[in-house]
Each structure stands twice: as C-alpha cells, then as structure tokens.
Write a new protein. Structure first.
Length: 286
C-alpha cells in the first residue's frame, strides 16, 4: 500500500509494559546472540524510513529486516513486534528539532515559543505523513513526547493560566495544526490516487455549483470572489489557512492570558504538584 492508503494503526496496541520498557530503556538487553551492529535505534530508523517512503501499509517486521540486511528473527531479539515498533517510531519522530526552538522565558514570552513549536509540528507532518494515519487516542508517553510537552507547558509558565487551562489551550493548538495538516495531505493524496489535479476537480464541479449559487439560495457564497477557493492548499512551507489560522488562534490565546493577568491576585500561587500528565496530553504538545 502506498502513502495514499487509508489504513489506520493504533498506538499502544501491543504489549504496553514492553513498549514502555523500550521507550524508557528500563527493560532487559536483547537476548542471546544479538547481531553485531544491529541496535534498537537502527531498527526504529529503518522502520520510519519505510513508513516515510511507502506508508504504514508497507511496514512489517519482515520488510524492516530486509532493509537492514538481517533475518526477521533478529529483530525480535530487540522488539516484540510491529505494534511495539510503532510506539517507538511515534516517539522517535517527535523529538524536538535539532536546530532548537526559542527558549521560553520572561524576555521571549510564550507566543514565539508556541508559534515555533506549531511550525515545527506542521513540518513534522509533512516529513512523516503516516503520522496522521495513526490513532493516538491512547498514546504512550516516551521521552521525546514528554520533552515536547515539557517545552510547551514551560512556555506558558507565568501566564497566570491555571494548569488545566494550559493543557486545554495546548489541546486546541494541536487540534488546529493537526487538522490543517490533514486537510493538506489528504488533498495531495487525492491527486496522487486519482491523477486528477485539484484545479481539474474544481472545474468539473463548476457547471453544477455555478447554477446552484446563482439560484439565490446561497447569497453569501454568490458574493465571494471567483478565485476564493483556487490555489494549492499548501505544502511543507505552510499554507495560507495555516498561517492565518495560527495567528488568529494565538491572538485568542493572548486575550485569555491578558484576562487572567487582569483578574489575578497580586501574587498568584504557582502550581507545585508534580504528577504524570493527564491522559492523552502528549498530543497537546503540537
């Protein structure tokens, strides 16, 4: 299956204990006779390369082993199976960008940090389109996922937001970035799948839609510019909808932060509880 396939995988669908051991390096080392030069990191990188090039439908333990030039059984000394391998892949690709992000702080403020993180996540989905085929309703939190969440929460420190509000805003931001990226990638997949460009697809609908709009039933639509829906939806460099929507969303966040600052006591208590993040919040780290 190519990257235009519709298969959906699920995070955390394998042996949860074993996946967590592998993510955090707390489990036993590979069994007897590990192949020289073969490491868990190499296995995960090879699996990501398969998914990037051909989609999740092409991913299998046999395929990864073949790309590494080893027997399939060699992989099972390191990872129990495809489900656990997928958990490792998900955490591997969400590592914070090597070129760094703005360090949150009084001089930087929360907005540049969240804006940079949103753009990094946008690029993440362009580089690894298979991510949007994975249902992460029950995510496993590995070190890279927690690094990402830590950065996002630290960016909102000092805003006067309650802890729960911080997570809620991050969930909203992630939903926007992911949803917009899905629209762009689905459009690209449709063109690859059908061989029909977006422009040709729109032109095929023009006679019927033009008649409907001119009927008087849709006066608001009739008043729009003719080319309002034209142009490519976007690519790795961003899209007009992403750029405008992100700015508007962060403006809304700024209004909430300003409201909290206006109503906060002179010395608001900072949250000091150190508990595991709420279920599913690693997706909130955009």
């Amino acid at each position: 299956m190519t990257r235009s396939g519709t298969s959906t995988e699920h995070s955390g669908s394998g042996d949860l204990s074993r996946s967590l051991e592998l993510l955090w390096g707390t489990g036993d080392r590979p069994g007897r006779g590990p192949r020289p030069g073969l490491t868990l990191g190499r296995i995960v990188a090879a699996a990501v390369a398969v998914a990037d090039a051909e989609g999740l439908g092409a991913l299998s333990m046999r395929r990864v082993a073949a790309d590494l030039g080893v027997g399939t059984m060699s992989l099972y000394r390191y990872v129990p199976g495809k489900a656990e391998l997928l958990d490792l892949m998900l955490d591997a690709v969400v590592a914070l960008p090597a070129d760094g992000l703005p360090e949150p702080g009084p001089d930087t403020g929360w907005r540049p940090a969240l804006e940079a993180l949103a753009h990094a996540t946008w690029r993440l989905h362009q580089e690894h389109p298979w991510l949007l085929r994975v249902d992460q309703g029950r995510p496993l939190l590995g070190p890279n996922a927690l690094d990402r969440l830590e950065y996002a929460v630290r960016a909102l420190a000092g805003t006067g937001l309650a802890d729960r509000e911080k997570i809620q805003l991050l969930v909203a931001l992630d939903g926007f970035v992911t949803g917009t990226a899905r629209t762009v990638l689905n459009s690209a997949r449709a063109e690859q799948r059908t061989g029909v460009s977006d422009a040709d697809f729109r032109r095929a609908q023009e006679p019927a839609l033009g008649q409907a709009v001119r009927s008087g039933r849709y006066p608001a639509l009739a008043g729009l510019d003719e080319d309002v829906f034209g142009g490519a939806p976007g690519d790795g460099g961003g899209s007009p909808a992403f750029t405008l929507g992100l700015a508007a969303l962060l403006d809304g966040f700024a209004a909430v932060v300003a409201d909290r600052a206006a109503t906060a006591p002179a010395h608001p208590p900072e949250g000091t509880h150190h508990q595991p993040p709420p279920h599913g919040t690693h997706r909130a780290a955009t």
